[in-house]
Design a protein around this ligand. Sequence first.
Ligand code: ZN
Length: 101
Amino acid sequence: MTIPSRYKRRVLARLIRSQEGRCCYCKRPFTIGGPTRATIEHKKAKMDGGRDNVGNLAAACFHCNQHRGRQMVQSRMVAKRAGPNYATSAPKSSRGKSAPQ
Ligand SMILES: [Zn+2]
């Protein structure tokens, strides 16, 4: 689900006001069209089931938003590599337990 842009702008303005015009991460003040351009950040990522409601949104600067996104992707990749799927991706042994039918 995507947020309609008109609604998005209103929400962003509200978030910025509630955060006193600062990024929720680095606390730098937002400037319109500047290096600390405000973006809507999902506290719980959409790919983790986060919703588009105001309670799950915060205003973050473009830099922090991008940075956080990258971090999440990286931690996800690490989790995937070390996760329960790791063992199953190992080469299958030709002998061992018989498969349950
Ligand atoms: Zn920031």
